[in-house]
Design a protein around this ligand. Structure first.
Ligand SMILES: [Zn+2]
Length: 311
């Protein structure tokens, strides 16, 4: 089965640093197969081969050929066509999409993990039924993806929705110039709002080095310093998201990544965001994810809409 519009399956691959996950969606978005395998570490050729093996397995399970979408932590440079910013560093500088297309004998779509997350949650997750969705990953980093009418907004720089390396908006004097970011700038949103950013803020305030889960646990048991840390984080997150609302005005914001488990955010943030939104009676809908980590692979499969899937 070949040609546009005739793919019986939509295949999604989530290429992580330690594991590769795969899914096959049959018509009607029924899950026809799911597979997992370890990522061959430090070996580019073996990584391509492992993905090809995964695709072959998914197609055997599903009994048909499929379109291929791949989610990964980095992105393709529109300038060079090579991979950039992947934490599976053996992929960086390689023409990954071209090599994978040659190996699989078909076109492949790639997107970063935040875009796959946003697409998945917009399709049949927390943003189902909404026209516009901003999906945010708050984990080791701070990524984002924008979906409008079921499609990713991805411009000439392939950075649509990437808000993590904008400066923290409405920053106070004590937030200037802000922590140094790995990207070379100071005070990026990611340095405040990611898991490591939250932990570093707690350390600066208290001298104690503990993880996000411990901070949340301490806050629940009444620890004033931990509560203050979470309050600063929620306030900064509200300001960061208000900036996005003032530009894109999404019907739904979905949080993902480790910090999406901080349930106080869903109570506190809508009002906190609203305080900075340029509207008389702001309406902000903020939701926890439906699919969580599984959104990576589910969103990758949806990089090809059913009517375009070129199997
Ligand atoms: Zn940065």
């Amino acid at each position: 089965m070949t040609g546009a519009g005739s793919a019986a399956l939509r295949l999604g691959i989530d290429l992580g640093g330690t594991k590769i996950a795969g899914i096959a969606l049959a018509p009607g978005d029924r899950v026809a197969s799911e597979r997992r395998m370890p990522t061959p570490s430090q070996d580019y050729a073996a990584t391509l081969e492992a993905i090809a093996e995964m695709i072959a397995g998914l197609e055997r399970d599903g009994g048909a050929r499929g379109s291929v979408g791949v989610g990964m932590p980095g992105s393709l440079s529109p300038v060079t066509g090579s991979m950039q910013n992947a934490n599976s560093t053996w992929l960086n500088g390689r023409p990954f999409a071209r090599d994978l297309e040659a190996r699989l004998g078909r076109r492949v779509r790639l997107a970063n993990d935040a875009n796959c997350f946003a697409l998945s949650e917009a399709a049949d997750g927390a943003g189902e039924g909404a026209r516009s969705v901003f999906g945010v990953i708050l984990g080791t980093g701070c990524g984002g993806g924008l979906v409008l009418d079921g499609r990713l907004i991805d411009g000439p720089n392939s950075i649509g929705g990437e808000w993590g390396h904008n400066p923290l908006p409405w920053a106070g004097a004590e937030e200037h110039p802000g922590p140094l970011c790995w990207c070379g700038r100071r005070g990026c949103i990611e340095t405040w709002l990611s898991g490591p950013g939250l932990e570093a803020d707690h350390t600066r305030a208290t001298g104690s080095q503990i993880g996000c889960e411990e901070i949340a646990k301490a806050a629940r048991s009444g620890d004033a310093a931990a509560r203050a840390t979470l309050a600063r984080h929620a306030d900064r997150l509200a300001r960061g998201l208000a900036h996005v609302v003032n530009i894109f005005d999404p019907e739904v914001i979905v949080l993902g990544g480790g910090l999406s488990k901080l349930m106080h955010l869903y109570q506190e943030l809508p009002d906190g965001i609203g305080a900075h939104v340029f509207a008389d009676r702001p309406h902000v809908s903020l939701k926890p994810p439906r699919w969580g980590d599984a959104s990576g692979v589910r969103g990758a499969a949806r990089l090809w809409p059913p009517n375009e899937a070129a199997g």
